[in-house]
Design a protein around this ligand. Structure first.
Ligand code: B3K
Ligand code: ZN
Length: 874
């Protein structure tokens, strides 16, 4: 496969002003008639250039130019492209193609999912529908006519407004849609199916009424309320916080069962993975409700950050994704608990994005090259990209940031632009120089801050030295220092923040400051301090960096109970737990768990004055994935044993406290989604899970009762998960069977049933995972099922996946080889757990490498998997 470079970017040779599409949908395929109104781009250097259109898996039926048939020698089919050598400066090109949506298991382009037709065009799926300059800087107005059997496909949808509809012969009908906004073809969408419609209205800030519609299969009609409410809240929030009003008269969401990602922001017609839109309290957990709210918001926010202003090329992907993730994160923070949201996002960054950024697939937020763009929908583009936008927000402050975003939207409305255009708008609106800051977009790798300090008691001066270094990543060495907002506070002996005076006699000094790091080394002096403070560093995770500072366990205990920054209170607890686990690693069985950690947990469990949402987060021990990420050379089983030792010691020692916590948070009220209610359910289910890790009989009874009586999926799943991860084999079997019997007709619940088993820490597990793959409810062509078994096993069940006989790795390699023929995007994503083989202890490393080689040696490997495997082995 060919590597594509950002440095090779050229403006398109031809522009498309208008696209007229006609789809004839049948059971054995679809005929697509496409008429493009094309003109030469005056900015393109060679005005004699041939017309080249992208196409993939298309059967070409005919080509006409300005209404006249083009003979077969008038065009060429070269590889994946249609080339027309001699074309005038302005013309209409009509191309008819035949495609087979019913056989499309890649789920790119037009395909069928549980009987309905639907599309996924980002990034390069439109070329699987018809020949087109499939690149985001070609923006056109689309008119789309869909024809299908009326009985089987009563609902026919596309982007924009429906402008015409009518009957055809043979029981067929048509609907025509027109989208007034020019858009790149990746935002095109079509749906045809037998769907019910849930309707609502949104009254915009300028007084327009928007027609909101969610389309689902009739059995899901009762699961749309949460998504609809989330949509209305998102629309209001974007008006209030960004001044962005919705532009079309209709906004539609469609739920489909087979979908490669979470959802897609097609103009006016968002298409969602069913699991990211459908919810009711009895079938969806709190986490699912929150995910749905965030994804509905994310896709809606794309209407401005992505659609009205789009990307010039796919190297700029983070322009829309990083910014939109930042926007949805701020929205979620406003809807719930900001500290909890920040903890969740920082955890994802530090566990998974840092791992990506230190591995063979590491790439900058604005990559310089790729083979397959689908592989670049990564945590780096999305989450690190959002952190980069957040840092701009931190450096500018909320008012100037808003001025910057207003300028960006105003200046670039209707354009396809770059991350640099975004930064420039921020600079122009604020007057700040973000020159050095741009390195965040160009340099890959997680910066490391080494912090040391000294206290001069005579002068009352505290000196903090901060050194930054950025590790090498594939193709990048000797990196330049980045511009890092470094928020901090200093705690006095009473636990209160000390004033941060950077010079003697400073008045009106803040208790928390954002220092700006720009050099490889800085020393900051804080004056007027009568005692040596305890530093609280990188408050609120103010930058996506690793901080090294030699806190003692006592200092961490102190920060965990006193830091005025909730995020750092949580972080101190995590650091303490990491330290305890790391110290136990490798000490056979005689290692003792530090009593201070147990005390800290006892306090958390019993102090009702603490913010219970924060407590619920603080109770979670650092995950095995995080411990692996922190290790130099990870011995997974040793880390797992140490973590289990801490967990079971805590559970055993704090048994009474856990039971009390369980009962105190017994919540029989109506299901509510407030941070308080979510925290109560989380606390009680954590207590239950811990007690079942030590096979507590009383807890087993509690779990059985909770499982039977639960009025919501959070509690039912909490009981199920706790029992599945316990030693109570008989009960485990019973609840798993009972759960399946009850929920077998609900795919979203069955997915949860699969993943709770695939992620179970029960030893000797692989046989059971294989059995799940032959379960009647498992479908190889459904990405959610594949993720809930294979993805959950290899990505979440790390102690079972990393067996020293390499059986887990071979299993994954086998499944990737099989999936590569069906759905390369999904196959490539599943390879991720193997890619960091160099990071593991030798006993794992060789097996992981061999598994990668097994995948590499498959015949006809897709470009997607090829890129990941070859870069990992390089
Ligand atoms: N933009 C889509 C992702 C499409 C992925 C294509 N492989 C969803 C989102 O980020 O909103
Ligand atoms: Zn997005």
């Amino acid at each position: 496969p060919r590597t594509i470079y950002l440095s090779e970017y050229q403006v398109p040779a031809f522009l498309v002003d208008h696209v007229d599409l006609r789809f004839e949908l049948f059971e054995d395929g679809a005929r697509v008639h496409s008429t493009l109104t094309i003109r030469r781009n005056p900015e393109f250097p060679d005005q004699g250039e041939a017309l080249v259109l992208d196409g993939d898996s298309l059967v070409l039926e005919s080509v006409r130019m300005n209404g006249e048939a083009v003979p077969e020698n008038g065009y060429q089919l070269k590889g994946e492209q249609l080339l027309v050598p001699e074309v005038p400066d302005h013309f209409e090109l009509t191309v008819v193609t035949w495609i087979e949506p019913q056989n499309n298991t890649r789920l790119e382009g037009l395909y069928k999912s549980s009987g309905m037709f639907c599309t996924q065009c980002e990034a390069e799926g439109f070329r699987c529908i018809t020949f087109f300059p499939d690149r985001p800087d070609v923006m056109a107005r689309f008119r789309t006519r869909i024809e299908a059997d009326r009985a089987a496909y009563p609902v026919l949808l596309s982007n924009g407004n429906d402008v015409d509809r009518g009957e055809l012969v043979d029981g067929r009908h048509f609907v025509t849609w027109e989208d007034p906004f020019p858009k790149p073809c990746y935002l095109f969408a079509l749906v045809a199916g037998d769907l019910v419609e849930k309707r609502d209205t949104f009254h915009t800030c300028s007084g327009r009424d928007i027609d909101l519609r969610i389309y689902v299969e009739s059995r899901n009609a009762q699961k749309c309320d949460h998504a609809m409410d989330s949509l209305k809240r998102s629309m209001r929030w974007d008006e209030e916080v960004y001044g962005r009003e919705y532009d079309l008269d209709i906004f539609m969401i469609v739920a489909v069962d087979d979908f490669n990602m979470g959802a897609m922001e097609n103009k006016g017609l968002n298409i969602f993975n069913s699991s990211c839109v459908l919810a009711s309290p009895d079938t969806a957990t709190d986490a699912a409700f929150q995910r749905i709210e965030a994804i509905v918001a994310h896709e809606y926010f794309h209407n401005w950050s992505g659609n009205r202003v789009t990307c010039r090329d796919w190297f700029q992907l983070s322009l829309k994704e990083g910014f939109t993730v930042f926007r949805d994160a701020e929205f979620s923070a406003d809807m719930g608990s900001p500290t909890v949201k920040r903890i969740e996002d920082a955890t994802l960054m530090r566990t998974a994005q840092f791992a990506e950024d230190a591995g063979p697939m590491a790439h900058p937020v604005r990559p310089a090259s790729y083979m397959e763009i689908s592989n670049f929908y990564t945590l780096t583009i999305y989450e690190k990209g959002a952190e980069v936008v957040r840092m701009i927000h931190t450096l500018l402050g909320p008012e100037l940031f808003r001025k910057g975003s207003d300028l960006y939207f105003e200046r670039h409305d209707g354009q396809a632009v770059t991350t640099d255009d975004f930064v420039r708008a921020m600079e122009d609106a604020s007057g700040r120089d973000l020159g050095q800051f741009r390195r965040w977009y160009e340099q890959a790798g997680t910066p490391v801050l080494d912090v040391s300090d000294e206290y001069d008691a005579d002068q009352g001066v505290y000196r903090l030295k901060v050194q930054q270094r950025i590790p090498d990543t594939p193709g990048q060495t000797d990196k330049q220092p980045q511009h890092i907002p470094f928020a901090l506070g200093l705690l006095g002996a009473d636990g209160a923040d000390l004033p941060l005076a950077l010079a003697d006699g400073d008045t009106d000094v803040p208790a928390s400051r954002v220092l700006e790091l720009t050099e490889a080394e800085h020393t900051f002096e804080f004056h007027g301090l009568a005692e040596r403070p305890v530093p609280s560093l990188l408050r609120g995770f103010s930058a996506p960096v690793r901080v090294h500072y030699p806190w003692t366990r006592d200092q961490l205990m102190f920060l965990a109970s006193h830091d005025s920054d909730g995020f750092n209170r949580w972080d101190a607890g995590q650091r303490l737990a990491v330290d305890v686990i790391q110290a136990l690693e490798g000490q056979a069985d005689d290692g003792e768990v530090d009593a201070r950690l147990i005390d800290a947990y006892r306090r958390l469990l019993n102090d009702a004055t603490l913010d219970q949402a924060l407590v619920a987060k603080m109770l979670n021990l650092p995950s095995l994935a995080y411990l692996i990420e922190l290790a130099k050379e990870a011995d997974v089983q040793a880390l797992h044993r140490a973590r289990e030792k801490v967990l079971t010691t805590l559970a055993g020692t704090l048994r009474e406290d856990l039971l009390a916590c369980y009962h105190r948070n017994d919540d029989s009220d109506d299901y509510q989604l407030t941070p308080e209610a979510i925290a109560r359910r989380s606390l009680r289910n954590t207590a239950l899970a811990w007690l079942l890790r030590i096979d507590d009989a009383e807890a087993c009874d509690l779990a059985r009762v909770q499982f039977d009586r639960a009025s919501n999926m959070t509690d039912q799943m909490g009981a199920l998960r706790a029992l599945v991860n316990s030693g109570f084999a008989a009960e485990r079997g019973e609840v798993l069977d009972g759960f399946y019997q009850r929920w077998q007709d609900d795919p979203q619940v069955v997915e949860q049933w699969f993943s709770v088993q695939a992620a179970s820490t029960e030893a000797g597990h692989l046989g059971k995972i294989r059995a799940l793959l032959t379960h009647p409810a498992f479908e190889w062509t459904n990405p959610n099922k594949v993720r809930s078994v294979i993805g959950a096993f290899a990505g979440q069940n790390l102690s079972e996946f990393h067996q020293d006989d390499a059986s887990g790795y071979r299993f994954l390699a086998e499944q990737v080889r099989r999936l590569d023929d069906l759905n390369p995007q999904i196959a490539a994503r599943l390879v991720a757990p193997l890619t960091r083989w160099r990071k593991f202890a030798p006993v794992y490393r060789e097996g992981m490498k061999t598994a990668l080689e097994m995948i590499r040696d498959k015949d006809g490997l897709s470009r997607d998997v090829y890129e990941v495997v070859h870069k990992s082995l390089a």
